[in-house]
Design a protein around this ligand. Sequence first.
Ligand code: UT7
Length: 326
Amino acid sequence: MIHARIIGTGSYAPKKVLTNHDIEKMVETSDDWIVERTGIRERRVCEKGQTTSDLAYEAGHKAIKAAGIAAQDIDLIIVGTLTPDTAMPSTACVLQSKLHAKKAAAFDVYAACSGFLYGISIADAFIKSGMYTTILVVGAEALSRFTDWEDRTTCVLFGDGAGAAVLQRHAGKRGVLSTHLHSDGNFGDLLHIPAGGAAHPATADTVERRQHYIKMKGNETFKVAVRALEEVVEEALTHNKVKPEEIDLLIPHQANLRIIQAMAKRLNMPMEKVMLTIHKYGNTSAASIPMALDEAVREGKVKDNDLLLLEAFGGGLTWASALIRW
Ligand code: UT7
């Protein structure tokens, strides 16, 4: 049986820390409100001049090293991001150049917070089809550049960072067992960036009206997220005939501690079996799962043959799961 197996992970968070107390000085909010409603205590933000591809490079480089391969061995680079360096070229192409991954094809996946799992799914399909052998999947975001630092309903939530995984063809039982991807564009306006695309190109007016920043109807998004995540997790378990108690580690997208706790409760899973990074990184969108995965690996929380459940939800709307035999 052919599987796409993760043979190396890496992650990177910019050094600059922004605490809730720092944000208290910028908008009318409080550390208590942010911690209670989200679980976030601090987040990292890019230095001036640092870009999404810089973060992706750091994470990708570490993943390649951990995998024990050379950048020239990579057949394909997939970057999940909603904060590309530029509209063109893709961040994946910028990364391909920075890594000197000479033979790799490269493209971005635009699925917001589900971007990494969408990337894993694509990599899995390419590897199973025989088209590629070694694929680098990265989730990288410079959300601070698209955050309205005058809007307290969003600016307390997001952070910057990147995580990466090298997947390779494996003839055996370990690797990606399943992925499930979903979307519902009818809910697109719950979480979006209104201007800067073909619908509303940048003008002085769009800038004046702060239309280039992330807008979110948080409470409505929350409700859809909980329902969709419950469904996608159920789908993964049923598809693989796996019981919740067989999961060794849940690695959820880190958007809100309350959403994560609701999912753990639903699965009857103790919080010790759930990876949490939200307190220190906030919501890093496509980067959150690979950052948490890499941390789990580095902290020795993942052992050979462990069963890992990854789940994500984000703008689009999009949501997804991956079940992995480590
Ligand atoms: O990653 C992609 C997917 N994203 C998500 O899944 C995020 C889902 N949503 C959430 O995590 C939560 O909805 C939020 C954390 C964004 C908001 O929490 P909430 O419990 O849903 O609060 P709310 O939006 O219903 O707002 C409650 C109150 C409001 O005041 P009133 O109208 O009750 O007087 C807000 O104006 O809290 C107020 N508020 C704040 N107060 C202090 C909103 N933001 C803040 C703030 N500081 N930063």
